[in-house]
Ligand binder design. Structure first.
Ligand code: HEM
Length: 403
């Protein structure tokens, strides 16, 4: 583990830090902080291709702007070979812009505000289902279910399908992270059949394309050419993969923090107007997508770092969010922090998260609706929390309260 100061690669210190294993909770942030402080730029040799790490806030922010020559031909520095196509991620340049333009309208602040009452009602229903038991696995029983229902309603599909959908998407995502899609063939077929049915239904009975995303995708064209059926399915699959695990994971870290810090929880109950600020600070402190990958398309230099065509770059989101050069006392939660929303948890540049307003709305609604109903909760005794590397998540978070 960690940086070897005697070994160099193209003049850079070599890091052997593994960011892909299951560890105790918060261990990845410790490793990320340690690497950032060991050297500004370094080469990590734990993957077949290795990767060049940008880790300081200013470098990471500028890294996201190198899109003319660094592309998403590699999406994750940790897993450059993921074969599964994704849209819009896999596009770059003007083709990417054109597809984003079609999708952006469904994820704009206005569109998301329109969804909020429905999201709130569903959130309350789920909490009320759990409340009488006095305990739940927050991650398994709530944090994944709520974003799944939001996702289905954005597509205009019934939330009653949420239960079966959660199982398929979990299996599919786990297989993708492990790099072995053969373990998810049944899940993939179920998901694709489900989406195909939804798309065919909209072809036969189009809804209002201004508010119904599938209807819009079916009718959309780019430069006069309709989106293919396969592209539409890929877009839907991408939204599922990008939106469900991330929101679940964010909620897992936030509720772990609140269960362990009753004073912060109490403040959110006493001053609900602090929820948006607290949420930005949570997103800064607990980023789940802790890196984005890019592939260098032509030889060049990044502020003294020499890069060659084909190199893999690590854009260190979590390291930027916890960079002491940018934030005072960066590893501490500070609800009153000025400028917390300058965090890079949603990335930057043209590939910045399409679903960030949806994610924010979902988290805000949960914080606002959970606490009036279950104000006082704790992590069950004897539980040792762990986290998954690659893209952070808590596999489980058992909570208890007085029913
Ligand atoms: C807390 C929750 C979330 C976090 C932390 C997050 C984080 C990110 C990050 C860091 C990126 C940029 C990746 C890169 O530059 O390569 C990204 C892209 C993306 N996200 Fe999110 N995301 C979240 C929720 C969502 C949701 C709810 C959706 C939609 C349902 C979504 C859809 C997308 C899509 C489609 C992209 C690719 C955008 C593009 O390439 O143009 N995300 N997300």
């Amino acid at each position: 583990m960690s940086v070897d100061s005697t070994e160099t690669f193209r003049g850079l210190p070599v890091s052997h830090t593994d960011f892909t294993s299951y560890t105790e909770i918060y261990e990845h942030y410790r490793r990320l902080d340690a690497d950032r402080e060991a050297a500004r730029f370094q080469f990590n040799d734990t993957t077949e291709r290795g990767f060049f790490m940008l880790q300081r806030y200013d470098d990471v922010q500028r890294g996201f702007q190198q899109h003319a020559t660094w592309t998403t031909a590699v999406r994750s520095a940790l897993n450059p070979g993921i074969g599964e196509p994704l849209l819009p991620q896999d596009l770059n340049g003007s083709a990417h812009q054109k597809l984003r333009k079609i999708l952006n309208q469904f994820f704009s602040p206005v569109a998301i505000r329109r969804m909020e009452p429905q999201a709130r009602a569903r959130c309350i229903e789920l909490i009320e289902e759990l409340r009488p038991a006095g305990r739940c696995d927050f991650v398994q029983e709530f944090a994944i279910r709520f974003p799944t229902d939001l996702f289905l309603s954005i597509l205009g599909l019934p939330t009653s399908d949420g239960e079966k959908f959660v199982v398929w998407s979990e299996e599919f995502f786990a297989a993708m992270l492990s790099g072995d899609m053969s373990t998810a063939t049944v899940a993939k077929k179920n998901i694709m059949d489900y989406f195909t049915e939804a798309v065919n239904e909209r072809r036969a009975h189009p809804g209002d394309p201004d508010v119904d995303m599938v209807s819009r995708l079916v009718q959309a064209d780019i430069d006069g050419e309709a989106l293919s059926h396969d592209d539409i399915l890929t877009i839907l699959l991408t939204l599922m993969l990008a939106g469900l695990d991330t929101t679940r994971s964010a909620l897992g870290y936030i509720f772990t923090h609140l269960a362990q810090h009753p004073e912060d929880r109490q403040r959110l109950i006493d001053e609900p107007e602090m929820v948006p600020k607290a949420m930005e600070e949570f997103l800064r402190l607990y980023p789940l997508v802790f890196q984005a990958g890019r592939e260098v398309q032509e030889d060049g230099e990044f502020d003294g770092l020499q890069l060659a065509k084909g190199d893999v770059v690590w854009i260190g989101i979590a390291q930027a969010n916890r960079d002491p050069r940018k934030y005072d006392d960066p590893d501490t939660f500070d609800m009153d922090r000025h400028g917390a929303s300058t965090h890079l948890a949603f990335g930057g540049g043209p590939h910045r998260c399409l679903g960030m307003h949806l994610a924010r709305m979902g988290i805000k609604v949960v914080l606002e609706e959970w606490h009036p109903r279950i104000p006082d909760y704790r992590i069950s005794d004897g539980v040792e929390l762990t986290e998954r590397g690659g893209q952070l998540t808590l596999p489980t978070l058992p909570l208890e309260w007085e029913a």
